[in-house]
Design a binder for this molecule. Structure first.
Ligand code: FAD
Length: 392
C-alpha cells in the first residue's frame, strides 16, 4: 500500500494535518492506536486561540470544526479576592478565540475528515517507522484483528503526542531535549457544575486556583498542590473547601465530580522537529505547562505550517517550507514556552505558596501590578493571548 503522507495519531495535531492535506488534494492515511470512542472523549484543553480560529477560517473549516460556547476574550484574574478583567482584544479584525473543549474539536475534525472521504484507521497496533532517511519511508502496523500491514509514503507526520512511537524511532542523539520541571503540582478536576462568567485564574495565599468553562453545565478546576500529590488526598469536600477559599467565593456552587487527576507542571522541547522524512507535530515535539493554554494551540500551528509545506512540495515541487519547518515552529514554541513560564511563575509565586520565598513573591506581585495597571503591558499580554503577532 502507498500514500503521500502517513499521519501517526488522531489528536488535534494529526486530525488537523489530515483535514488540511485533504483540502489540498493530498493523499494521507491516519493511524490511531486507540478506538474512535476513546479519542473522542479525551478532555483536556478548552480554548482555541484567535490565531488558530483564523487559521481554520482561512481553510474554510472554522464553522465545521469549532463548536463550543461563545467567548468574549475576557479573562478574570482574581488576586486575594479582588477581581480584575483582562481582555485579549488587540484591535485586529476577524474572528476571535473560541471556548471549544478539545474533545469537541477532535470529534468535529474526525467527522469532517471522514465526511470528506478521509482514510482514518483506529486501533492500529505496534506502529513502527522504517527508512526515514530514504526516499520512501515505510510505516508498519497491525490491524485490530492482528493482520500486519505496511504503507510506503513520501512523508511521515509524527502526531502521536509525548508518549508516542515516532520520536522513539530516531537514533540516539538525533534530537536535543530541553526540559524543565516547574516544581509545582496541580490537581485538575472536572465537575458537572456551573461555569464561571469568564475563565478565572486566582492568586491566593493558600495557593493558585483556576475555574474554566467546559460547557453550559460543566467546569474544569485547577488547584495548586505539592508536586507529587495523589488524587486520593483530595476528597470532594477538601476540593470544594479549597476552591471556595482560594477563589474567595464562599458561595461557589458544587456539583458531581466526574474526574480528578494530579500532575507536575513541566515543559519540554525537542530540537529539531524533523528527522529525514519524519516531521514531529504538536505534543510529539513539545510540551508546554498548561498555564496560558498554549499546548493544543501550538499543535494546531505546527499542523498548519506542515500541511502548507507539504502542499508546496507536492504541488509546486518547492521544498523551501519543508526545510524551514522545524526552525519556524520552534520560534513560536519558545515564544509560547516563555509566556507560559512567565505566567506560571507569576501566578504561583505571587500567592506565597511556593518554595521560592518572599523576594520572589514581591517580584511576582510587581509583575501583576504592571499587567493590571499599564495599558502597554495589557496590550503585550493580549498579543500573547491571541497568538497573532509573531512576524512570519
Ligand atoms: P495528543 O492529543 O496527545 O494526541 C496524540 C494521539 O496519538 C492520541 O490520539 C494517541 O492515542 C495517539 N497515539 C499515541 N501513540 C500512538 C502510537 N504509537 N500509534 C498510533 N497513535 C498513537 N492545551 C491548551 O492549548 N490549552 C489548555 O487549556 C490545555 N489544558 C490541558 C490540560 C491537561 C490536563 C492536559 C493533559 C493537557 C492540556 N493541554 C492544553 C495540552 C493539550 O491537551 C495538548 O497540547 C494537545 O492534546 C496536543 O495535541 P496532539 O495532537 O499533539 O497530541
Amino acid at each position: 500500500e502507498s500514500t503521500t503522507v502517513v499521519v501517526i495519531g488522531a489528536g488535534p495535531a494529526g486530525l488537523t494535518v489530515a483535514n488540511l492535506l485533504r483540502r489540498s488534494g493530498i493523499d494521507c492515511i491516519v493511524l490511531e492506536r486507540r478506538s474512535r470512542e476513546y479519542v473522542a472523549q479525551r478532555q483536556r484543553a478548552g480554548i482555541v486561540e484567535t490565531r488558530a480560529v483564523r487559521m481554520f477560517d482561512s481553510w474554510g473549516l472554522a464553522d465545521r470544526v469549532l463548536g463550543g460556547i461563545p467567548y468574549d476574550g475576557i479573562l478574570e484574574l482574581r488576586v486575594d479576592g479582588e477581581s480584575h478583567l483582562v481582555s485579549d482584544d488587540d484591535g485586529s479584525e476577524g474572528p476571535r478565540a473560541r471556548l471549544c473543549p478539545q474533545q469537541v474539536l477532535v470529534q468535529k475534525l474526525t467527522a469532517a475528515y471522514l465526511d470528506d472521504g478521509g482514510d482514518l484507521r483506529f486501533e492500529a497496533a505496534d506502529v513502527s517507522l522504517h527508512d526515514l532517511t530514504g526516499d520512501r519511508p515505510t510505516v508498519r502496523y497491525r490491524t485490530a484483528d492482528g493482520t500486519p500491514r505496511s504503507i510506503t509514503c513520501a512523508f511521515v507526520a509524527g502526531c502521536d503526542g509525548d508518549h508516542g512511537t515516532s520520536r522513539t524511532a530516531l537514533p540516539a542523539g538525533a534530537l536535543t531535549a530541553y526540559s524543565h520541571d516547574h516544581g509545582i503540582g496541580w490537581l485538575t478536576v472536572l465537575a458537572d457544575a456551573p461555569p464561571p462568567a469568564h475563565p478565572l485564574l486566582a492568586v491566593s495565599r493558600d495557593g493558585f486556583a483556576a475555574h474554566f468553562p467546559r460547557g453550559p453545565q460543566t467546569s474544569r478546576y485547577y488547584l495548586q498542590c505539592p508536586p507529587d500529590d495523589h488524587p486520593d488526598a483530595w476528597p470532594d469536600t477538601r476540593i470544594w473547601d479549597a476552591l471556595r477559599t482560594r477563589l474567595a467565593d464562599p458561595a461557589l456552587p458544587a456539583g458531581p465530580i466526574t474526574d480528578r487527576e494530579t500532575f507536575r507542571l513541566r515543559s519540554l522541547v525537542h530540537d529539531p522537529m524533523q528527522y529525514g522524512r519524519l516531521y514531529l507535530v504538536g505534543d510529539a515535539a513539545h510540551i508546554v505547562s498548561p498555564m496560558g493554554g498554549k499546548g493544543m494551540n501550538l499543535a494546531l500551528y505546527d499542523a498548519d505550517v506542515f500541511a502548507r509545506a507539504v502542499r508546496d512540495s507536492v504541488r509546486d515541487h518547492d521544498d523551501t517550507a519543508l526545510r524551514s519547518y522545524s526552525q519556524r515552529c520552534l520560534r513560536r514554541v519558545w515564544n509560547d514556552q516563555e509566556f507560559s513560564h512567565w505566567l506560571t511563575r507569576t501566578l504561583h509565586d505571587a500567592g506565597d505558596a511556593t518554595a521560592l520565598g518572599p523576594f520572589h513573591r514581591n517580584l511576582a506581585r510587581a509583575r501583576l501590578d504592571r499587567l493590571l495597571t499599564s495599558p502597554t503591558a495589557g496590550r503585550a499580554f493580549a498579543e500573547l493571548m491571541t497568538g497573532l503577532d509573531l512576524a512570519q
